[in-house]
Design a protein around this ligand. Structure first.
Ligand code: ZN
Length: 54
């Protein structure tokens, strides 16, 4: 049993995904952060980023 791979909302399968955020600074520079995330294969909208420090 591995419940971490099952959607808590609908019971669908969770897949690995990459979530990217772009942070823009006041001086015009920007940094891109990529996170590993879990996303539901079904359309319930469940999505959870797995934040980790690098
Ligand atoms: Zn779901």
């Amino acid at each position: 049993m591995n419940e971490e791979h099952t959607c808590p909302n609908c019971g669908g399968t969770l897949i690995d995904d990459i979530w990217e955020t772009i942070n823009t600074s006041a001086d015009g520079s920007y940094t891109i952060h990529s996170y590993l995330a879990k996303k539901c294969l079904l359309k319930c909208g469940y999505f959870t980023p797995l934040i980790k420090e690098e």
